[in-house]
Design a protein around this ligand. Structure first.
Ligand code: G3I
Length: 409
């Protein structure tokens, strides 16, 4: 009996000591009850670890999991590279812990997977699929048809002349069929075509558009898109097939153009399951505009009630488009605006998920140290567009989203 009392006293002292130690490392405003529960601590368990949000790394055991926080609404994913898939590394731990849907940043584009007519290279996507199968994750294939990162061999013959529409259609069908068949049942979603709309309205003036044009003579010139979707569906009828583009969330005219084109294709029976909004926004993003443009796209549900949208390449630049500076001062005011915009976007995503129109939100990268926005549109820039910083520490925007998920649960 005496021994039991002694043990209880020792345990109580240990708990008191650990709480005091934690208090000594932090400021009082970080000790709100929300801090503990948001970190994955069991509510009511006063022996659980206190988390100082300023010093949590995305791979830490006490860090929450972004995808688990939002799992009742949608998957949360990231673009990544096969070099991130080395077991035991911090990068690997972050991917496993924080995300449940993945896309290769570059490794499943036409130049990577089909560099010349007789050469297919599936290695990078196979690596991702293997990882996804082992850890119960989903895979997006990005992208089968694009005007960029697409090798010239598609469009030219051995003499350097542009190929005929018949030849390009044959190459297109062979390309799509071979890749989608190879990954049948393994890649859940394909961005079948990427960025097919131009910047000044209408279809992009790509080689695909120029050469194939109105192939069936029915008066519209998006036949290469119809052919690509039809071939992809035949190769894997269960894969979700997406038409992916940028600025749909900010440009009403682009959203309307997309709506009109997809409407016409759906009415012809082309198997398009949804529209991917890349969502490369900046910290001034107007979320009401995002909402109303998405509402335009979702009118396609009048034709196909299962039609969805996906967020496919989310990031939030700390520079507006016209800003050419390379550094930004992360003042409290700036960070608050940045965090608020992310929160407003995720509030919208939750609403859409609750309506059944969105089930996946994918970031274009998982840390500020490796984002395309450090070199585009201004090279040598230090941008901070994501939820995890370049040291892999969780940023306040990350915690804002965790709080949002908790408050909506
Ligand atoms: O692999 C070569 C390397 O060998 C060479 O030394 C180096 C020198 O420039 O280039 C490397 O290739 C680069 C490649 O990324 C891999 O890092 C290319 O130059 C570079 O252009 C390429 O950029 C990619 C860009 O697409 C190409 O358009 C970005 O990483 C990638 O994030 C970006 O992703 C696109 C989406 O697919 C579509 N939506 C927009 C998004 C952002 O631009």
């Amino acid at each position: 009996m005496k021994m039991k009392q002694l043990l209880s006293a020792l345990l109580a002292f240990a708990v008191l000591f650990s709480v005091m130690t934690a208090c000594g490392n932090t400021s009082t405003d970080e000790l709100s009850s929300g801090e503990g529960t948001a970190s994955g601590e069991t509510a009511g368990d006063d022996t659980a670890t206190y988390v100082n949000r300023d010093n949590v790394y995305a791979y830490d055991e006490e860090a929450p999991s972004l995808y688990e926080a939002f799992s009742q609404w949608f998957k949360v994913g990231t673009a990544m590279n096969p070099s991130d898939l080395v077991e035991g590394t911090e990068e690997f731990e972050i991917l496993v812990k924080q995300y449940n849907i993945f896309t290769l940043e570059n490794g499943s584009k036409p130049d990577a997977m089909h560099p010349s007519e007789d050469v297919y290279n599936f290695t990078q996507l196979e690596q991702l699929v293997e990882f996804a199968n082992e850890y119960d994750k989903s895979v997006r294939g990005h992208t089968l048809v694009w005007h960029s990162q697409c090798p010239d061999w598609f469009f030219y013959d051995d003499d350097g002349n542009t190929v005929s529409a018949d030849v390009l259609v044959e190459r297109l069908i062979e390309h799509v069929t071979t890749i989608v068949s190879h990954f049948k049942g393994e890649v859940d979603v394909w961005d079948v075509v990427n960025e097919v709309l131009g910047d000044s309205g209408g279809l992009r003036d790509s080689m695909w558009y120029q050469i194939i044009g109105d192939y069936d003579g029915d008066g519209d010139s998006y036949d290469y898109i119809e052919i690509a979707f039809t071939a992809a569906h035949e190769a894997d009828p269960d894969a979700r097939l997406i038409i992916n583009d940028y600025s749909l969330e900010s440009s009403e005219s682009k959203a309307i153009t997309m709506y009109m084109m997809v409407k016409s294709m759906l009415e012809e029976g082309i198997p398009i399951d949804g529209i991917g909004l890349q969502m490369h926004v900046d910290y001034t993003v107007d979320v009401d505009t995002v909402r109303s443009n998405i509402e335009i796209l979702l009118k396609l549900r009048n034709i196909d009630p299962d039609f969805v949208i996906e967020i496919t390449e989310l990031d939030m630049s700390c520079f507006t488009w016209s800003d050419t500076s390379t550094e930004v001062e992360l003042t409290d005011e700036f960070v608050e605006q940045f965090d608020t915009k992310y929160t407003e976007l995720f509030e919208l995503f939750i609403e859409l998920a609750e309506e059944g129109t969105l089930d996946s939100v994918v970031f274009w990268g998982y840390n500020d140290g490796a984002t395309w926005l450090n070199s585009y549109p201004v090279s040598g820039r230090t941008n901070h567009p994501l939820l995890i910083d370049s040291d892999y520490k969780l940023k306040s925007a990350y915690w804002s989203l965790i709080d949002l998920a908790e408050s909506k649960s």
